[in-house]
Structures are given as structure tokens and as C-alpha cells.
Design a protein around this ligand. Structure first.
Ligand SMILES: *Cc1c(COP(=O)(O)O)cnc(C)c1O
Length: 405
């Protein structure tokens, strides 16, 4: 499949380029000292991703520890209620630790081990990345420091407890809005001080090259499995696929399996309370080109050009930019990006729980809401949604704020 002079048959060979660019997006905007650290990580990654020992070790971990492959479920009752469209979900909620994030954390921690590092450092929003990385660190016997905003620490108490039980140190970030963006700043700063012994494991397809590339590659297992499973189940490809986009890792891994197929691809951003700056985190929809956290992408800016405050009911989607590959996908028109607000996401949270017995993460509920909306509009065909995680972590907050519906 070709689009705007890009041949998706050979896409992964050419994107990103050797400097980490997807078109004009991406790159590595870091200090000279960190440039060397990024070069070391890139070299190590380029070596191991071709090593059969690394690949078979990661495959074994996925099978024996993570519980992969995760299944695809047909949402029969929900599909019948809506009409003639068949809805399916890829069950990343059944991946160990309850979300897709362990897919890249196990890869990053295995890389850390290979490079002889003693510690992994990261930020976390909903706490899912922190739990996944703490899990990977425990598995490999690495130290683990997790930076987390005070607001998120209060909202996500069970995940904070999980990280501590798994042996991680949770470092509270008390400045600014005390959410994901500040946590990224603090974790990045810590990494600048400790890069000789530690590796920064970013939680999405964000940050300087090679992270957007590595995280996409580690997450591509979702798309590869999903394509094969869907073909096995139905004999066809889905007409459309949908995933929620925070930083964009679950979406990019899932989409990567279908880029070369005649499949419509939708990325769903959080509209929060509405389109006013500060009320949402829909960076691709409302943002402009800019550099933050070491990469060039589309971001939401305040009047001084700094990353703007953002909001979503879903802590994991609460970030003022998205990965550079998503900015590129939007520019070339391969993926269509759209939004779902808090209320529709919460409705979908209850609808999937009631109709199918699956309590989705509130992040994933944005994708479910959009899949249901598409189903109503189209009235035929099939839609595969990436259910990025399970909703146990969100239940208390949602019941307190919205009551039982
Ligand atoms: C973190 C998280 C997300 C958002 O991160 P992406 O990098 O955009 O995938 C989505 N869903 C769940 C369940 C998460 O934990």
C-alpha cells in the first residue's frame, strides 16, 4: 500500500531514519552529554534487535511470564445492540499487570541488563507504566526509581502500593500541576545525573531517538498478533481499527501490524471537558509543532510556547504531546485522529462492563466509545478495538465521581 509517496511495504526499513526522524518529527534534542548516552542506547538496541538470543529470550518471556498471546474477543452482545457492525477487542487488559505497558518494559529492562546497567528510571501517570517497569525490574533484579506527580499518587493509590510491594522507590513530584508532565521532567533530570549506571525507560513512543523506535518495536507484538488472530477468527481483515492515544504506544504497536493493509485506522485522543485549552489533552487535534522532552512533534502550547496544562479523566492520556510517529501518520493521512470526551468515555466504561463482562481502563474506554460511535455511523463491517488495559485501577475514582450508572 502506498500513500503520499510512502510505500508501507518497506516502511519499517525507512522510518524512522538513522537520526530518528519520521519526516520532520522526532529526532533527539538533548545535551551533548546525553547525546552520547542516546548513541550508546541506539547502538545497543540496533545490535540486540538483530540478535537471535535476545529475540528468543523476549519471546520466551512473553509466553511464560506475560501470558501472551492475549486473545481477541468478539463483543457479541454489544454488536447486536448497536446493529450490524461486528465489534472486537484485542485483550491487552489480560497482559500481565493489566495493560500493554509490560510489552515495552520487559524489552527495555532486557536491554538495560544487556548494557550492564544497574537501575531503571521512569515517570508514571496512571501508575500503569510504573507498575509494569517495577515488575520488569523485579524480574531482572534491577533497581527501580519511579517519578510520579502528587495528584496522580492520590488518584492511583493501589498502583503506588503495587510499585512499593514490587520493590520500586516511588519519588513524589510536587511542583506544577503535579501530574504526568512534571513527572517526566523530574525523571529526565534524574536520568541526566545517573545515566552511567541507569537507563531511562520512557513509558510511551516519546522522548529522544531511539525511544519512539524502540517502544514501537516492542509494542508491535500487539499488532502482529492481532492481525494474525483476526484473520484466523474471521478469514478477513477488520474494516477499521481503533486505539486510544496518550503518548501513543498502544496505538502505534497495534497500528504497525496494519499499516500496509486496506484497513482504516483511527487514533482517539482525550477531549476531557471540552475543546478549551487546559480542558483536554488532544494534542494532535489542537496542537502545533514544537520541541519538548527531547523530540519534535505536535504539542499543546501555552501563550509562552511552553507545554500547556492538560486534563483528562484518564491519567494515562494526560500528556501535552504525542509520539512523533503519530504526528507523521496524521500529516501523511494514514491514521485519522479524533476525540472522545470524559462523559462518553465513562459511558463506554459502564457499557462494556455491563454488556460484555469486561471492565476497561478509562484510557481504553475512549477507544471503546469511538468504536461504538463508528459502528453506529457505518452500520456494517467489522471494527477491532485495542483494549489497552483493565479498569480495576479506575473503579474507585469513577464511582466516587460519577456514581454507578
Ligand atoms: C498508559 C496507558 C495508555 C496511554 O499510553 P499510550 O502510550 O498512549 O498507549 C492507554 N491505556 C492504558 C491502559 C494505559 O495504562
Amino acid at each position: 500500500m502506498k500513500l503520499n509517496n510512502i510505500d508501507f511495504e518497506t516502511y519499517f526499513k525507512n522510518y524512522p531514519d538513522e537520526n530518528g526522524y519520521f519526516g520532520k518529527y522526532g529526532g533527539a534534542y538533548v545535551s551533548d552529554e546525553l547525546k552520547n548516552a542516546m548513541r550508546d542506547i541506539t547502538e545497543a538496541y540496533q545490535t540486540i534487535c538483530k540478535s537471535s538470543k535476545f529475540i528468543s529470550e523476549l519471546r520466551r518471556i512473553r509466553r511464560e511470564f506475560q501470558g501472551r498471546p492475549t486473545p481477541i474477543s468478539h463483543l457479541e452482545r454489544l454488536s447486536n445492540k448497536i446493529g450490524n457492525v461486528q465489534l472486537y477487542v484485542k485483550r491487552e487488559d489480560l497482559n500481565h499487570t493489566g495493560a500493554h505497558k509490560l510489552n515495552h518494559c520487559m524489552g527495555e529492562a532486557l536491554l538495560a541488563k544487556y548494557m550492564g546497567k544497574k537501575k531503571v528510571i521512569a515517570e508514571t501517570g496512571a501508575g500503569q507504566h510504573g507498575v509494569a517497569l517495577a515488575t520488569a525490574a523485579a524480574y531482572f533484579g534491577l533497581e527501580c526509581d519511579i517519578y510520579m506527580g502528587s495528584v496522580d499518587i492520590k488518584k492511583q493509590a493501589p498502583n503506588v502500593a503495587r510499585m512499593k510491594i514490587l520493590g520500586a522507590r516511588v519519588v513524589e513530584v510536587t511542583h506544577g500541576l503535579q501530574t504526568l508532565k512534571e513527572a517526566v521532567d523530574a525523571a529526565f533530570q534524574a536520568y541526566c545525573n545517573e545515566y552511567k549506571d541507569a537507563i531511562y525507560c520512557i513509558g510511551s513512543v516519546l522522548g529522544p531517538h531511539p525511544f519512539p523506535l524502540m517502544v514501537r518495536d516492542f509494542q508491535s507484538v500487539v499488532g502482529i498478533e492481532a492481525r494474525e488472530q483476526f484473520l484466523d477468527m474471521t478469514g478477513e481483515l477488520p474494516d477499521a481499527i481503533v486505539a486510544c492515544v496518550g503518548g501513543g504506544s498502544n496505538a502505534m504497536g497495534f497500528f504497525s501490524g496494519f499499516l500496509n493493509d486496506p484497513v482504516e485506522i483511527y487514533g482517539v485522543e482525550p477531549l476531557g471537558h471540552g475543546p478549551k485549552l487546559g480542558d483536554h489533552a488532544a494534542s494532535l487535534m489542537y496542537g502545533e509543532e514544537g520541541i519538548m522532552h527531547g523530540f519534535n512533534s505536535i504539542m499543546l502550547k501555552d501563550k509562552d510556547g511552553e507545554p500547556a496544562p492538560v486534563y483528562s479523566v484518564a491519567s494515562g492520556l494526560d500528556y501535552p504531546s504525542s509520539g512523533p510517529e503519530h504526528a507523521f501518520m496524521q500529516e501523511i493521512g494514514r491514521v485519522k485522529y479524533d476525540v472522545i470526551n470524559d462523559d462518553d468515555a465513562v459511558d463506554a466504561f459502564f457499557e462494556l462492563s455491563r454488556m460484555e463482562g469486561i471492565i476497561p481502563a478509562i484510557e481504553s474506554s475512549h477507544a471503546v466509545a469511538y468504536g461504538m460511535k463508528l459502528a453506529r455511523e457505518r452500520g456494517k463491517g467489522s471494527i477491532l478495538i485495542n483494549l489497552s488495559g483493565r479498569g480495576d485501577k479506575d473503579m474507585d475514582y469513577i464511582i466516587e465521581k460519577y456514581g454507578i450508572r
